[in-house]
Every structure is written in C-alpha cells, then in structure tokens.
Design a protein around this ligand. Structure first.
Ligand code: GAR
Length: 207
C-alpha cells in the first residue's frame, strides 16, 4: 500500500511542470505560487528562486518554504552578457521548463529568452501597453496611474520578449481606481487580486 502511494507520488512529480521564479523584493506572488503547488492547486513544482537583491524579503520566504535560492546581483558578473550566460545555463542545468517573473525588476537577457522562448511569463501591475516600459515597475506604476487620474488600472500577465513589457498578452484583469485612491491603497488592493489572478493564469497555461 505504502509503496504504491510512493509510486503514485513519484509519477505525479514526473508530470509536474518544473518552474523557476525570479523575484527582487517582497515576494507575495512567489509565496502564493509555491503554496498553490504544495496544495496541489497548480500542476507545477518550484525548483528554485532567483533573486538579484541580497536584502530582499522574498529570500526569507524561500527559506521558510524550503525553496533553494540563487543570488544573482548583476554586479557580481563582468558584463550583462556573462550574467545572461550564467542564468540561462543554470536554468537549463536545473531542468527548468518554465520561468516565472514575479516582481523581478531587471531585464532578462537575450540568451535566456532564446533558450526559453514563450516559456517566460511575467505579471505587470497595469493594463499594458499602458504604464509599461523602462522605469515603469512596482509602485512607480501606481504613482503614475494616480497622477494621471485614471479611472481604471489592472494586471497584465504576458510572455516575456526582449523589450520590456512588450511580449504577447496571456490575460488581463481590470481594476477600478477610486477617486480617493492613493498609490498605496491602489497597490494594496491590486496586489491582493494579482496574487490570485497570476496563479489562476499560470494554472491555465500549465494545464
Ligand atoms: C507585483 O505587483 C508585480 O506586478 C510587479 O511587482 C510586484 C511584485 O510584488 N512587477 C512589475 O512591476 C514588473 N514590471 P511581490 O514581490 O509582492 O510579488
């Protein structure tokens, strides 16, 4: 009985998508994805966390969740090309099938993008193409949305291409912006919805 349970578990882990998550700061999306995998709600296993920031809270989350992490601050490599080479080789050696960008604030290199064509997925806190591109990330997006008195913002989950925030869109979710919203209140409301929306979108892609 026990051995057949073990065989079933081994078989299940063979068919699970092997994913790596890239994150730079907080890691609420990282945590949601790891937990969804553990609870069997996402047909995937998180093989590794890649983080470019040694002070990031996401590293603590990874430790608590027993996910191995790799520190990849670009300053530790001689060039962006070398950094990109390391990242793509390490992903390949770790037999990663999908790369998930969950609050990763650096550009992914061309070698990695070629090696994982249409297999790198990002979540962005706006309705792309609005509020995307260089310098538009995290809180800065919400500040710009509020400054421009937008009545709607949202979330875009998309494949990653060589240009920031320009790859094909997989799914979008519209979120109302209220008259008394600040960048903080909008960010908090959006993040709570994004955690679930991103996970559900990944679920559809993986299945
Ligand atoms: C998320 O809102 C994500 O959309 C955004 O960073 C936040 C990370 O939150 N990503 C970008 O702006 C990418 N351009 P988290 O660290 O709590 O998951």
């Amino acid at each position: 009985m026990e051995s057949s349970k073990k065989a079933q578990a081994t078989e299940k882990s063979k068919t699970r998508n092997r994913i790596a998550i890239f994150s730079s700061h907080n890691g609420s999306n990282f945590q949601k994805i790891v937990q969804a995998c553990e609870e069997g709600n996402l047909n995937a296993q998180v093989v590794k966390l890649y983080c470019n920031n040694q002070d990031a809270y996401v590293l603590e989350r990874a430790k608590d969740l027993s996910i191995p992490s790799v520190l990849i601050p670009q300053s530790q490599w001689n060039s962006f090309v070398d950094w990109d080479q390391f990242v793509s080789s390490d992903l390949i050696e770790s037999q990663v099938q999908w790369v998930v960008l969950a609050g990763f604030m650096k550009k992914i290199g061309p070698k990695t993008i070629q090696a994982f064509e249409n297999k790198i997925i990002n979540t962005h806190p706006s309705l792309l193409p609005k509020y995307g591109g260089v310098g538009m990330y995290g809180h800065k997006v919400h500040e710009a949305v509020i400054a421009n008195k937008e009545t709607q913002s949202g979330i875009t989950v998309h494949y990653v291409s060589e240009n920031f925030d320009e790859g094909p869109v997989i799914a979008q979710k519209v979120i109302e912006v209220y008259g008394d919203d600040t960048a903080n209140s909008l960010s908090e409301r959006l993040k709570a919805i994004e955690n679930d929306f991103f996970m559900q979108t990944l679920k559809q892609v993986f299945e």
